[in-house]
Design a protein around this ligand. Sequence first.
Ligand code: ATP
Ligand code: MG
Length: 342
Amino acid sequence: MPRQTEDGPIEYGGVSRETPVQTPRSTVATFGAGVVLRPTAGYEDTPIRAAAARATRIRHPDGASLPRPAQRRVITVANQKGGVGKTTTAVNLAAALALHQLTVLVVDLDPQGNASTALGVPHDSGTPSIYEVLLDELPLRSAIQESTHSDKLLCVPATIDLAGAEIELVSLVSREARLKRALDDKVLDELGVDLVLIDCPPSLGLLTVNALVAAEEVLIPIQCEYYALEGLGQLLRNIELVQAHLNPELHVSTILLTMYDGRTKLADQVAEEVRSHFGEVVLRTMIPRSVKVSEAPGYGQTVLAYDPGSRGAMSYLDAGREFALRGDITVKRSISEQGVQR
Ligand code: ATP
Ligand code: MG
């Protein structure tokens, strides 16, 4: 008997028929090169058809473009806790916004280079990267690459060389503001960049401080797990310090709940607690725990490219829409005024 899987597709004898067959790092599977299948009446009457219809809607959003922000938004995706979904959020949110005609630059500021991998951007040692840009060895323009998925999705990759940057930056002039200086408005204007998303490493070191100085907004992904809120106070204190001394415009504009598992009470409790602490800053959309989301980077893809009909893809698409449509709702306030408990 076929059975429903976590992500919605029906499995026949262990093989999901929903997912297009792919080899690692292959190009995005297409639905008949340029052929757009429009759902007809009754089209979504089975789970497979419903998923296919969702995939078609994602791939061809009918020109549903999102409003361009009045001013370019620079957002740092930060949480010093490891593995909470920072990179997954940075790349998939960027992909969702790019699908809606916004031009997004992802700056990979983590020596692990996970964001570069997920965007299908080469990042072997020696590739022009954020490392050379931070050290003033290369201009920003020469390190920007187009993602294989979209010409609206740009990336400054990180190579393993960045691992040494925490130490090398220490002795440099204005070491905390290197990234801010590097994000050249003229270059970003020429490329028509609407949003910059900076993917931070899991630490509060000099790289993360650079990201906090370069941005106005902080997006904190919070995993719906026990311990999720532990360590958050330290992140918020750091944000407050940067706000007080280096970047008065900085504020937490967005919190996204990730890896939500609706089958557990714990996930609901964490979500409720986060909402009661942070209020309006928390996006209504939550990202479910989904196998497709975790598989996608292995193919050098975002989940929107890897399996556009999956729940993971849909939720990042929804999160992107919500994020863009509500804009930066937070007026600049101190972190404690934002209702944050520590
Ligand atoms: P790090 O701190 O190491 O940079 P991170 O905060 O960037 O980690 P990710 O790399 O995005 O976290 O995610 C950690 C792991 O969890 C990855 O293997 C990723 O594929 C997986 N993951 C992220 N989001 C989901 C999800 N919604 N469902 C299932 N797996 C997920
Ligand atoms: Mg990461």
